[in-house]
Ligand binder design. Structure first.
Ligand code: 13P
Length: 331
């Protein structure tokens, strides 16, 4: 029978990495906005802007034509930043064949609607089954072939099981979870805690402080998640504490690096410019604070990060604030 064709939209670091994983298993096409990126992938098997000298799967093909790409998809992977998901999918809604499953990679909330990316997918492409791929997955490490694991979260177990052979490998292990809300929130909320962790490192604090930020950060993530209806056990898994640890500790994390830049006195705009990539936590922090108020949940670490990204306070002030607030944060 004809092999399943995977199409990935978005050639940033993670979209490119997931496309390269899939290309080892099945025909895979990566849509990139930038024509230099398309040429570099097709000719040199590299995406040097996002993944340096990493060699991509030989079978991976890239294209500039989003309509043709979407039309050829049996499975569509959405690897654009959260703020661009709705617009990108609106562009291809007419091209995509009925019932094609959509896999979301984004880890941020949509400004205005406060929707999670899988909700935006369902909104933009009604009738298509939606799944989420999430976990402690720093793109550069997976692209280099280091072992890692991730979760395919979907309400339909059959879809999850059908997706595994497309993305899994001997060094990339996949698990299923039907708590889409909990898995997705873990990936989204940990970016804000990673900014706090980066700010802590930038200010030169120690490992005890980092452990405090991580542990109390997990408490905040879990409190909001449970208030919104997620299973508390999900936050002890790969998409919860797993992704939190990787992102808070990795020098490669964009969110952690954004925190370090903020601690060195850069404005959020300067930090974004210097990163040259999207640190989702910067735009997500104010939206999470809206949710915290709506669900009446205490989120002192997110609140301090929010005041820094909104330029109401400096990273140093935020750290003073945290030390005042954490002991009373409750559980
Ligand atoms: P970034 O901080 O680089 O976006 O990485 C976060 C992540 O989700 C890793 O799993």
């Amino acid at each position: 029978s004809r092999p399943i064709h995977v199409v990935v939209l978005g050639a940033g670091s993670w979209g490119t990495t997931v496309a390269s994983l899939a290309a080892r298993n099945t025909p895979t096409l990566l849509w990139a906005r930038d024509s230099d990126t398309v040429a570099e992938i097709n000719q040199n098997r590299r995406n040097s802007r996002y993944l340096g000298d990493v060699e991509l799967a030989p079978a991976l093909r890239a294209s500039n034509d989003i309509h043709e790409a979407a039309h050829s998809a049996d499975v569509l992977v959405v690897g654009v930043p959260s703020v661009a998901v709705r617009e990108t999918l609106a562009t291809i809604a007419e091209d995509l064949r009925a019932w094609v499953p959509v896999v979301s990679l984004a880890k941020g909330l949509e400004p205005g609607t406060r929707m999670r990316p899988t909700q935006v997918v369902t909104d933009a492409l009604p009738g298509h089954p939606v799944a989420l791929l999430a976990g402690p997955n720093i793109a550069g490490e997976i692209a280099r072939g280091y072992a890692a694991a991730a979760v395919v979260a979907t309400e339909d177990e059959n879809i999850a099981t059908a997706l595994h052979p497309l993305f899994a490998s001997g060094v990339f292990r996949l698990y299923n979870n039907d708590d889409v809300l909990g898995c997705e929130l873990g990936g989204i909320l940990k970016n804000i805690i990673a900014i706090a962790s980066g700010m802590a490192d930038g200010l030169g604090v120690g490992d005890n402080t980092r452990a405090m930020v991580l542990t109390r950060g997990l408490a905040e993530i879990t409190r909001l998640g449970v208030a919104m209806g997620a299973d508390p056990r999900t936050f002890a898994g790969l998409t919860g504490v797993g992704d939190l640890m990787a992102t808070c500790m990795s020098p490669r994390s964009r969110n952690r690096r954004a925190g370090e830049l903020l601690a060195s006195g850069k404005t959020p705009a300067q930090a974004a410019e210097l990163l040259g990539q999207v640190a989702e936590g910067i735009k997500t922090a104010p939206i999470v604070m809206e949710l915290a108020r709506e669900f009446d949940v205490a989120m002192p670490i997110c609140s301090e990060v929010d005041s820094v990204v909104a330029e109401r306070s400096s990273a140093t002030d935020a750290y003073r604030g945290l030390h005042r607030m954490l002991p009373d944060g409750g559980h």
